[in-house]
Design a protein around this ligand. Structure first.
Ligand code: COA
Ligand code: ZN
Length: 316
């Protein structure tokens, strides 16, 4: 590819996190039916990994209280991974009961955020996940581990990439299959992406490294491009740009799936995801939330379609 480094991938894997990272931050109650429909529309769009819900404490995240029913009833296409967040063994028990085959455990690169998000120190979280991952792997599950606040912390500020690498090494040692290294509060800039990926390179195999950007300060797509230059092949994105973390003050949505797909399509990088069908999922959930998606590509493509439809209707 002329316009990217030789390390850049020709195909990337999208992990769609809208139903979890997106909806968890919404105060508008979304019905179980609507969550299921949203997930099924995302399956229709062909997302290879769908983070469908989380089996966390309903006191911590009320919007995810119906995780069991949502997961049971979403359509599971055989060639896709339906992922759920699990914070502890209780969450794993619930997930197993609901028929889950892929889980994500999650900790942070900073102590204050781990405490705020899961009520544990990083050490305690690794000890808890040790048991969770062991049971999940023994049961043949696919296991991901997410590391929040890897590019900055709402409580501690700057984060040393070497510290991120140490947490990642401990999670890999538990036997997880993939990592999702997150800019939870959307403070990162492309130079930081180079620094974090360089710090992780000796520790995390390229096929196990995923990145998760929030667009709070408008840098998520630039960070994605920087990561492509470094050869990163797995990206968490959310339909319409939904999202945020209730435990990260001021954090807004993830990098929008439509924006990433539009950019990747233009660059000739394959994802296997159908952008028009993805927009249908965003349109559906936007109607339930009562506001338009923040995704720039979504907005532009919807407007272009509306124009075309108007022209067709007037016969001109
Ligand atoms: N599913 C359902 N309920 C759970 C649960 C789970 N996985 N884990 C704990 N609970 C319940 C307990 O039964 C207890 O209920 P009770 O008060 O009725 O007895 C209550 O939650 C508190 O349990 P405790 O073990 O004391 O945990 P805690 O209060 O320290 O909370 C977590 C720890 C990890 C369960 C909680 O912080 C959490 O769910 N965090 C997730 C946050 C999140 O999803 N963030 C977004 C992702 S980035
Ligand atoms: Zn996130």
């Amino acid at each position: 590819m002329k316009n990217l480094s030789a390390a850049a991938p020709r195909r990337v894997t999208i992990c769609e996190v809208g139903p979890r990272d997106g909806l968890q931050n919404e105060s508008v109650p979304i019905s179980t039916e609507d969550k299921i429909r949203f997930c099924d529309l995302l399956s229709d769009a062909g997302v290879p990994i769908l983070e469908a819900t989380s089996f966390v404490s309903p006191k911590a995240v009320p919007q995810m209280a119906d995780a069991d029913e949502v997961f049971r009833r979403i359509r599971k296409d055989p060639d896709r991974t339906y992922l759920v967040l699990v914070p502890n063994e209780r969450g794993l028990d619930r997930a197993i009961d609901a028929g889950v085959r892929a889980i994500a455990v999650f900790t942070a690169a900073t102590e204050s955020f781990a405490k705020a998000n899961i009520g544990m120190t990083i050490d305690e979280s690794v000890a808890t996940f040790g048991k969770v991952v062991k049971r999940a792997k023994a049961d043949g599950m696919w296991v991901r581990a997410a590391v929040s606040t890897a590019f900055g912390c709402p409580f501690e500020g700057a984060v040393d990439p070497a510290g991120v690498a140490r947490v990642c090494a401990r999670l890999l040692a538990l036997g997880v299959d993939e990592l999702s290294v997150a800019d939870t509060i959307g403070v990162g800039t492309p130079n930081q992406v180079f620094d974090v990926v360089a710090a992780l390179a000796p520790i995390v195999p390229a096929d196990k490294l995923g990145l998760h950007f929030h667009d709070t300060r408008g840098t998520a797509l630039a960070n994605t491009l920087a990561a492509l230059e470094c050869g990163v092949r797995i990206y968490d994105t959310s339909a319409g740009g939904l999202g945020g973390c209730p435990f990260a003050p001021g954090a807004t949505g993830n990098c929008a799936t439509e924006d990433v797909l539009y950019m990747l399509e233009g660059m000739g990088i394959e994802t296997g995801v159908d952008l028009a069908k993805l927009r249908a999922a965003s349109r559906f959930i936007a109607g339930k939330l009562g506001r338009s998606p923040v995704s720039r590509a979504y907005t532009a493509l919807e407007a272009a379609d509306a124009r075309t439809a108007r022209l067709a209707a007037t016969g001109s």
